[in-house]
Design a protein around this ligand. Sequence first.
Ligand SMILES: Cc1ncc(COP(=O)(O)O)c(C=O)c1O
Length: 397
Amino acid sequence: MPRASARLELIPPYLFAEISRIKREAIAAGHDVIDLGIGDPDIPTPASVIDALADAARNPATHRYDESPKGWEPFLEAAANFYHREFGVQLDPATEIGQVIGSKEGLAHLAWAYLDPGDVAIVPNPGYPVSAIHARMAGADLYETELNSKNAYMPDLSEIPTEIAKRAKLFHVCYPGNPTGRPATPGFYQDLIRFCREYDILAVGDMAYANVCFDGWKNPTLLQMEGAKDVAIEFHSLSKIFNMTGWRLGFTAGNPDAVNTLQKLKSNIDSKAFPAVAEAGAYALNHVSNQATLDIYQRRRDALVDGLRSIGWQVERPVASLYVWAPVPNPNMTSAEFAKALLEKAHVLCIPGNGYGTAGEGYVRFSLTLLGDQNGERFAEAVRRIAASGLIAAPVA
Ligand SMILES: Cc1ncc(COP(=O)(O)O)c(C=O)c1O
């Protein structure tokens, strides 16, 4: 067999291999592992969305290629309605919305649509790795903006060298963030728009968790800011809000050129989602409330955060996202060592923060998705086991 392309070697090795091995061994030894690793919603897709899929699948009009330029029309319209309802921004479904096969697919292909060797993609560290991996495969250089508690998890734009800004084509941000769960402020978004306008950069907002918010809190969006449509595109996902991860459906919103440029590439790769899936997605966007799901996540968040605090581990309570981003409570351990020890001693699985970039070192990420938990009972059990493990030696500030 011929060798795979050199660019494939740029994909980093699977960082969690060791953790996965210990998890398999613990399960094989009969231990009850509480897996707070991956952020894949455990709650089923709403029955009404499944009914909408079944109805649409019976309609032969959905059995064909979707040859529309940017996506299944009812889906694009539903996305525009949803955006207006949720975020108060009017978008033209004909020019300012595009359909993607999940936001992961869209983010990956955006790199290929925009980046040439020598270009720069600005990416968050820590961050969801897909955009950075594809930017590198497309031959671009990365500039990482470090996110930490000192800068409130928002990049300091004044630290970006002018030479980098001039070469940059894409500036990726993700709020509420994975893995940090932190939001951006409208003030930061306004600065970002000014910065991108000055240097002719496309601002890319990954909004996978924009509607996974707690305590009635509303997440600001880039497109709410004046002038954003000139320089920004957002990626929205139906995965987390409607428990539709496996359905592979999302949409882009914002600058018409950017929406089109991505679709131009995609039209030579895929022929969009099964139209019946797009119909069901339109139904979800138009009719489904995710409040019951959010209530479950919120109960879990509180069980975990209150529980960890009660045993001396000071973690922040996220206002949004599916994650609790917790500082490693033992100064002598790396993220990976702590995650390994937690799995071995408490049979609780979390993800070492360095898996999301060097700036994630010193943190671990707990996911709020866990099959079978309704009221946070398993999260309370995780806390009991963590307390009993002896790994929280002394209260951390
Ligand atoms: C920050 C972020 N963006 C994008 C995605 C991809 O979501 P999807 O492709 O299911 O829309 C994820 C999935 O975990 C994510 O965490």
